[in-house]
Design a binder for this molecule. Structure first.
Ligand code: GLP
Length: 244
């Protein structure tokens, strides 16, 4: 779906998330959301905060699982995805603290495998994700599933691509300060969501969107795996869609 600009597109996506939360609430159920970080979803979260403040959208029945976190990473660091989520969403809505899950960047190396399995189990115990939202990196990564990621991959420790670290260097004051690793949900984890929305804005994303939507399905561009699923929607602004 192509919208004229990222503002309109973000409002539409936020509206769909709000509808899901409200319909689950009416049924007395939890809404289980997979959330993304980066610049792309910022306006979506801002609109959800507005809906909470002005239109009584409650997050009491919402459970969230974030896609990824840098490793190692202190949750209180300015660049952590914990800080990002708190500043953009969680600090401004009524979500119970225990309902929020973000991969832990402070684990010892030997704890990571068991932790990742447990992350998957927690999602499965809730009967899976109702909706996963995604951005896309210029390497074609979703979450931090870089080129080479297997379609059935689970939550795990990964090594970041050089381009991904270069793109993150502004936040960290230089590429040398960007962690070389991250913990990310796998492609297989993402695929289990009942609905997936990938968002992309701006000309900068146009080449990778063309590859993701029209390119040959390959681990070289992990987002191409999304072509295999019929519960995926690409939500784009006109610039990101300009090479399609
Ligand atoms: C990071 C995140 C991804 C995100 C990507 C794109 O690598 N781990 O989940 O999709 O950046 O970021 P942006 O939205 O800032 O372009």
């Amino acid at each position: 779906t192509v919208y004229p600009d990222e503002h309109i597109a973000s409002l539409k996506v936020a509206g769909r998330i709000a509808d899901l939360i409200r319909s689950k609430q009416q049924m007395g159920e939890k809404a289980v959301l997979g959330l993304a970080t980066g610049a792309t979803p910022v306006e979506v979260y801002a609109e959800l905060v507005r809906l909470h403040r002005e239109e009584c959208l409650s997050f009491q029945n919402v459970i969230t699982f974030n896609l990824d976190e840098y490793y190692p990473m202190s949750p209180t660091a300015a660049q952590s995805y914990v800080t990002f989520m708190n500043e953009n969403l969680f600090d401004h809505v009524d979500i119970p603290k225990e309902n929020v899950h973000i991969p832990d960047g402070t684990l010892e190396r030997e704890q990571i495998t068991a932790y990742c399995l447990d992350y998957e189990r927690k999602i499965e115990a809730l009967n899976g994700l109702d909706l996963q939202i995604l951005g896309i990196g210029r390497t074609g990564h979703i979450g931090f599933n870089e080129p080479g990621s297997a379609p059935n991959s689970g939550t795990r420790l990964v090594t970041l691509d050089d381009l991904t670290r270069r793109d993150a260097s502004r936040d960290f004051g230089g590429k040398e300060n960007v962690p070389t690793k991250a913990i990310t949900m796998g492609i297989g984890t993402i695929f289990k969501a009942r609905e997936i929305i990938l968002m992309a804005w701006s000309k900068k994303k146009a080449p990778i969107i063309k590859k993701a939507v029209e390119g040959e399905i390959s681990s070289d561009v992990p987002a191409t795996y999304l072509q295999l699923s019929d519960q995926v929607e690409f939500v784009l602004d006109a610039d990101a869609a300009s090479e399609l």
